[in-house]
Design a protein around this ligand. Sequence first.
Ligand code: TRP
Length: 448
Amino acid sequence: MENQRGQWSSKFGFIMAGAGSAIGLGNVWRYPYIAGENGGGAFVVVYIMVVLLMGLPYMIAELALGRATQRNPVGAIITIKPGSHWKWVGVLGVITGLGILSFYSVIAGWTLGYIYKTGVGTGLNFQEFVANPLQSILLFAAFMLITALIVYGGIENGIERWNKILMPLLFLILLGLIIYTFTLPGAMKGVRFYLYPDFSKITGKTVLAALGQAFFSLSLGMGLMITYGSYLSKKDNMVVSAMSISLLDTLAAFMAGLIIFPALFSMGENPAMGPALVFIILPKLFMQMPGGTIVGPFFFILLAIAALTSTISLLEVPVAYLVDEKKMNRKKIVWLAAFITFILGIPSALSQGASPLFTNLRMLPAYLSSADFLSQMSFLFGDFSLVIGGLLLSIFVGWVWKANHAADEIQQGSPVFIKLKKLWIFMIKYFLPVVILIILLNLFGIFN
Ligand code: TRP
């Protein structure tokens, strides 16, 4: 049974796959602009605390649920609590995977286009670029196709194999780009903005932004870590793996900041310019710098690789669900799930100026998101659903499965956990649900 589902072949392979899922557009594209909008250094401090206090204990809980049941998010919950409504939390996770994948791959498609555009150094008007309907859809389709081809290969020969190649490559490119931007004139002003915390800038909004970013960046809240955990064996040390994945993810985001802020400040640009940061300011910079037509493509290759190892993981969640629960053929499902995602993503691909309808289709109130379809998908699935999922899954592990049972599972393969057990149980049963709930209420303006 287990061999049919597949398993990671090595600890290193699993850590690379987990880090590959976690490290993505969230680190290189989203994290720098969120940090820029939320006060630079002050955000970095809050972010690291949120990762340690909330992200890490929660990630261990998801992994434990997956390994204990050897199932996808829906199957895992059904195995622990048969015949209950809790299974809808798993269903929400599967749907969220498809939802994120649909808009995420559209942005990932842009990175493919920008590898070429920064290489030839022309056609770098972002507004025009994303408003071209055929081009957006073709790049999006290309990215879905590459993702599907890798997931098609299965756990060990597809996902694990590619992550083991792509992740080390990604860190190499990150390092090379840091060395480049540090040599730019005025770079140190950016390093100072990024690393010198001004604590007066920390507000409730900073903490909320940090939590949303941490869940998205660590791939938490929708059962991805349940799914990846289900391919672990009882010998695996989940505590060390979760620590390694969180560390690598935070390191990658931190390094991306060390590329982007020096670059911005050396050009005298404003760091708080939102999602366009990476697609507008950086290419402009590359075009002014010596060697820019080489560095530019490398930066967007980096972004594409980061995105690819994440889209793989997002597609794997619905695939695992259908393989386990509907007993369908893995290879057929991969194409089916990729096709559904493609259809679901077309409105997002057309929402950046190509179609007036999807560019201005307000479904959510203005204080939550801008009016284009992609931004609203991103808020619904990339922020809101992950935080709700995180809340419900912490309650499920802490109170329904029971934190003690989960702790016994974690203990297997990681003897040191005994020292952290009490703390972990407190975090999962009380700290996480309460803090997430407060943050959610705050989001809807309950405290204003
Ligand atoms: N973590 C990825 C990023 O930072 C995005 C992602 C991939 C994700 N898989 C996920 C987010 C699962 C939440 C859940 O880009």
